[in-house]
Design a protein around this ligand. Sequence first.
Ligand code: FAD
Ligand code: NAP
Length: 518
Amino acid sequence: MNCGRVPQCRLRAGATVNKFIRHPWSVISPRYYSVVRGRSPFIAIIGSGPAGFYTAQRLMRKLSGTQIDMYEGLAAPFGLSRYGVAPDHPEVKECEKSFEDVAKDPNFKFYGNLSVGSRGVVGGFHGCAVRLSSLLRNYDGIVFAYGSSKDRILGVPGEDMKGVYSAREFVAWYNSHPSFSEIDFPQLREAEEATIIGQGNVALDVARMLLTPVDELRKTDMADYALEALSRSRIRRVHLVGRRGAMQAAFTRKELRELQELYPKAYLQSQHFPADLLPPKVTDRVKKRMLQTFHALREMSPSADPEAKSWSLDFLLSPTSFYGSGSVEGTAFAVNQLSDPFADNAKAIATDESVKIPSQLVFRSIGYKAVPLDGFAELNIGFDTRKGCILNDGMGRVGSTETLDEKPVAIPGLYCVGWAKNGPIGKIVNTFQDANDTAENIIADWKSGSRFLSDSQAEPPQGMSKVQEDIDTNLSDIVSWEDWVRVDTQERLEGQALGKPRVKMVAHKELSQEAKVP
Ligand code: FAD
Ligand code: NAP
């Protein structure tokens, strides 16, 4: 079967994801496809988060003359660096400085407020959209760097009750994401306890934002409406609940210690903390240090002040349902045992015991999720729905849904990177490394004469100057890099006056219109 515009080998259905991982990637013979290349590639990158920018940086540095067109669905660049990283972590956003340098290269172009696939796919504003098939016709290669813009669900009764939110919604809300700025969290004004399900770094971010004194947050770029809502918050107690044990917690020690440092304003009251987790049994250095932190936390005693805020790490609990009439009043959990309390991959096994944690505000923080772009199915682009990422060879080469001689087939010219490639895992430093690896493979493929999207003997592809013929909305709504720089300058100036890094513009329209003011 051949799938239209994507140049492929003959394909045959059949491989499972497991076989795909175990089998070596089917190399498309350089001899068969060998082409003489007297020019550099023209690459479209979909997504302007860390993965997209680091890939662009490496490609332009290492393969001189490479042209990049970057497509971003939102009016502002930088993905989760702008809309995910916690406002009290400004140092993490330093990566944006090197992205700004990338954008200064004359071979780099940014097209913001322009989604690939359907309109408003990453936001509520019905900005411009372009079909993936249009990009396929007009570039040598495409890099999918579109991250993970949905979230995983638990699939337990009551999950859609009022008062149960995803951490992603809350994070995007306090970070001024245009599609989430209008959410109201009335439970902040009513509830005294909040439950966070999941024990990753996002869960810790959410807990910190709920517990940190608002005057501290006023120095950050947190949205004004969020500061206002948090200043009226009655939340005193946050439960961070994990389905496995202390040794399997997904958060990192640095982030755990940050929360610990909120003590004495916050204290730990640990339930289900496995008492036998003692240093001699744990040899791994990172785990050992984590364990020391847990033990230190264990020794903290609750504050006598009834007004004091507190938090707890509750291990070995899997949510089974949310209860309440109309809106959530609490979460029911099955108590778990671990197959091995010390193993990273220990399985949680439910016992007959159950517990309830009452709270009128619940956040599900069990990971983000990528979804296939519109057009993937018709182009046979493989997508691993279990991991929530594009099917690939681990090196960023995109795989087809179909196979040849039981081996997965690479789709020439298509690559993926970052969270779209690996699933929603990894800090920015990991995304940086991953982007470098993917970029190196693109460079190696280009230099070896492997096949890309365009036929290199013909006219070189023309990128956006041709793609724009396929865009049916007002082209002036597209945000260029120069437009963004105007918004950025304005945001920083407003922030400077208030002693903050910036005051983010919120509304999608506001962002794209401000950008157009000469
Ligand atoms: P993203 O950053 O999500 O970028 C994807 C981009 O693609 C987005 O701009 C999106 O709008 C765009 N896009 C999506 N769909 C389309 C489409 N169809 N068309 C065009 N554009 C599209 N790491 C740290 O090191 N330190 C931290 O403190 C930290 N805090 C974090 C906090 C949170 C809440 C989260 C979720 C993650 C955090 N991380 C942190 C991890 C870090 O954010 C990721 O490693 C990194 O952002 C992944 O980069 P990415 O480019 O793959 O995805
Ligand atoms: P994560 O690290 O994968 O953590 C997800 C948590 O949800 C884990 O505790 C996981 O438990 C739990 N979980 C998953 N499915 C569940 C289910 N069905 N029921 C109950 N619990 C479930 O994801 P994340 O917190 O969203 O973070 C994503 C990435 O961003 C991570 O790599 C993180 O380090 C990074 N990040 C970094 C920072 C920072 O550096 N400051 C801040 C935020 C995010 P199991 O382990 O049992 O699956």
